[in-house]
Ligand binder design. Structure first.
Ligand SMILES: [Zn+2]
Ligand SMILES: [Zn+2]
Length: 257
């Protein structure tokens, strides 16, 4: 069964999607889901981007099945490494996805991060913080959306040019390989920015060259229309790259067919 391993329901601060709505979509598509609710301890507004973990398992635990697994998307920042590890290890998550959303204390969704700063600098900071986190945050199962910055950067061309950032990207990929974690293929930009496919193609081919194997596929859906976005196209890409598509159950990779 195909599994969309990146789904936000209303447990996440920025989603209103009900679990039942997400499950109905998945049923229609004949796919399974892994929830990845947001935790970003460094988010400036401390009332946002965290949730009650016990309540999450109490509320959704009965729905756990072959079609639904319960995970978390942890926003990585070196200042929160210990706290994040504790969250990942103290609760029975199926899957812990580690993502970079905040760099140098600024949510990179914000224009402020880019104002008056060249792309080489902001993207360099983004990748450096990914490297620093991968070195210290050893509790994750997969690295989320490596192309996240391309969604929100304020430049004419926001795509990641592999040649311009080769040293950073290679170090990130080496760390993913060394840690034996998965690299997430986030399908959001395959769908809304199909021109990004070439960039992902370059990065994932390089991952394979460096000995990479595990890939999870996730839509990052915050609404029903996005559940399962481009998941079949993503499977075809992973196949073409000769990589291994997986989802996680009880923190262990399982092959997706
Ligand atoms: Zn994310
Ligand atoms: Zn997400």
């Amino acid at each position: 069964m195909l599994v969309d391993s990146h789904i936000h329901t209303e447990v996440s601060t920025d989603s209103k999607m009900k679990l039942e709505e997400a499950l109905a979509c998945a049923d229609k598509l004949g796919i399974g889901l892994t929830l990845t609710e947001h935790v970003d301890l460094g988010y400036p507004d401390k009332t946002m981007f965290n949730f009650d973990y016990d309540d999450y398992f109490a509320r959704y635990g009965d729905y756990r099945s072959d079609k639904l697994r319960l995970g978390v998307e942890i926003g990585m920042e070196t200042a929160y490494t210990d706290a994040n590890r504790k969250i990942a290890e103290s609760h029975p998550f199926d899957y812990v996805l580690g993502s970079i959303h905040i760099v140098d204390g600024i949510d990179i969704y914000q224009e402020e991060f880019y104002r008056g700063r060249p792309k080489q600098l902001t993207y360099g900071r983004y990748f450096q913080s990914m490297i620093d986190c991968l070195k210290s945050d050893t509790y994750i199962d997969a690295l989320g959306h490596i192309d996240y910055i391309s969604r929100y950067a304020r430049y004419d061309n926001t795509e990641i040019d592999y040649n311009a950032f080769r040293d950073y990207i290679d170090e990130v990929l080496h760390l993913v390989v060394e840690r034996e974690i998965a690299l997430e293929l986030n399908t959001r930009r395959l769908y809304v920015a199909p021109q990004s496919a070439y960039m992902l193609d370059t990065i994932f081919r390089r991952y394979e060259e460096l000995g990479g194997s595990l890939v999870t596929i996730g839509s990052d859906a915050h609404k029903t229309e996005a559940v399962g976005w481009s998941i079949k196209d993503a499977m075809a890409l992973v196949d073409r790259w000769g990589l291994r598509p997986v989802y996680y159950e009880n923190r262990r990779p399982r092959d997706m067919k």
